[in-house]
Design a protein around this ligand. Structure first.
Ligand SMILES: Cc1ncc(COP(=O)(O)O)c(C=O)c1O
Length: 375
């Protein structure tokens, strides 16, 4: 049996919507489908303003611009994350301070954060790993203590909740990803979520190359002009059309993924109890979204063996991030003297992620579990 790590899932109306966008003769951004995606995202996430953008990375870069990050401003980022969480701020010249993660959720360690945050901390950028929301009460408290802003990297957080609040609704701003590998997709895409009123008007300008194009479209000015420094962050209407088809089905997609993860968990818990590996923990009050199912092996050697066993059986299992503080760019940013982050460094070598997709069959799940059991 061949089991890929992910499989495209088409909810049903994506092609019909793309056809409608083409027929409406509006392929650039901000058409009917973008407006519907934004409205639906605001409804689901509770954000004051949601704007779809070309990727989660561009959403983070836009958030960094809106937060006015300047050279040498301090930004705290977990090292166990995708490049974009750090590069969005490093691009503006920020000084990146690395935070370690918790071994039970692989999320930013809020106690570690308390130890490194200070009056110089301009931004804290937590990542909701595997769609498990970080301990936001603690992170927000630390941010408030030091008057820092919180920009959530909610790339993996679509349909994830903590105490009834959606990922990305805690900080001043957040960014979601609809990259082809995520739960709800449009190829390349994302959304900036803005919860702090102060940033909304400027977001409309900065995402449109620093122009007041929106005022022109709304009939408020005769022609639009360059009014601020911005970039090209707007998502195309083709991506928005596809995305709407997926967003309308987000609850069902999430439910199906959660069922796959629950089946894995039920089958693998006895092995966890026998001390073979640890499974990720979902803290009280968290509703995860089934984005990632992982095992944390006891040693890097166990992880290599497990990966080659699964690969040999045709199963697309894989590891995840190489810690950014030890990447060539991370070391360069640290002036050649990287910090040590024991949990991030250890976890990166021991994690093994199993395939998850909504249409995964019980036979496919059994096959994966059977191969894991062989280990
Ligand atoms: C935590 C995290 N942040 C950011 C990104 C970047 O997302 P995008 O490809 O939509 O820019 C990813 C993508 O995998 C991610 O996992």
């Amino acid at each position: 049996m061949k089991i890929p790590f992910i499989k495209n899932f088409i909810a049903g109306r994506e092609m019909e919507y793309i056809k409608a966008a083409v027929e409406a003769n509006h392929l650039q951004g901000d058409g009917r489908f973008a407006a519907e995606c934004n409205a639906l995202l605001e409804k689901i996430t509770g954000a004051r303003c949601a704007l779809i953008v070309s990727s989660c990375t561009s959403g983070l870069e836009l958030a960094a611009l809106l937060a006015d990050v300047k050279p040498r401003d301090e930004v705290i980022v977990p090292s166990f994350t995708f490049v974009s969480t750090a590069s969005a701020f490093a691009l503006r010249g920020a000084k990146i301070k690395w935070c370690d993660i918790r071994e039970d959720t692989l999320n930013m360690d809020e106690q570690f954060l308390k130890g490194i945050a200070s009056e110089s901390t301009k931004i804290i950028a937590p990542v909701h790993y595997a769609g498990v929301v970080c301990d936001m009460a603690s992170i927000m408290e630390t941010a408030q203590k030091h008057s820092s802003l919180v920009i959530e990297d909610a790339a993996q957080g679509m349909m994830s909740y903590l105490d009834g609040r959606h990922a990305g609704s805690f900080g001043q701003m957040a960014s979601l990803s609809f990259h082809g590998t995520k739960n709800v997709v449009c190829g390349e895409g994302g959304a900036i979520l803005i919860n702090d009123e102060r940033f909304i008007d400027r977001a409309y300008i900065l995402r449109e190359k620093g122009t007041n194009r929106r005022q022109f479209i709304n009939g408020q000015v005769d022609k639009y002009t360059w009014v601020d420094l911005g970039g090209s962050f707007v998502a195309s209407e083709i991506a928005a059309a596809f995305l709407l088809g997926q967003l309308e089905y987000a609850e069902e997609i999430t439910k199906a993924r959660l069922e796959v993860c629950a089946a894995y968990r039920r089958a693998l818990e006895p092995l966890e109890a026998a001390g073979r590996f640890k499974l990720g923990r979902v803290p009280e009050g968290c509703r995860e979204n089934g984005h990632i199912f992982y095992m944390l092996m006891n040693t890097p050697d166990d992880a290599s063996k497990m990966l080659s066993l699964l690969k040999g059986a045709g199963i697309g299992a894989c590891q995840h991030y190489a810690p950014l503080h030890l990447s060539p760019m991370g070391i360069k940013l640290a002036g050649g003297n990287p910090v040590r982050l024991p949990v991030s460094e250890s976890v990166a070598k021991r994690i093994v992620r199993l395939p998850v997709y909504p249409q995964m069959t019980p036979a496919e799940i059994d096959y994966v579990v059977g191969e894991v059991e062989k280990f």
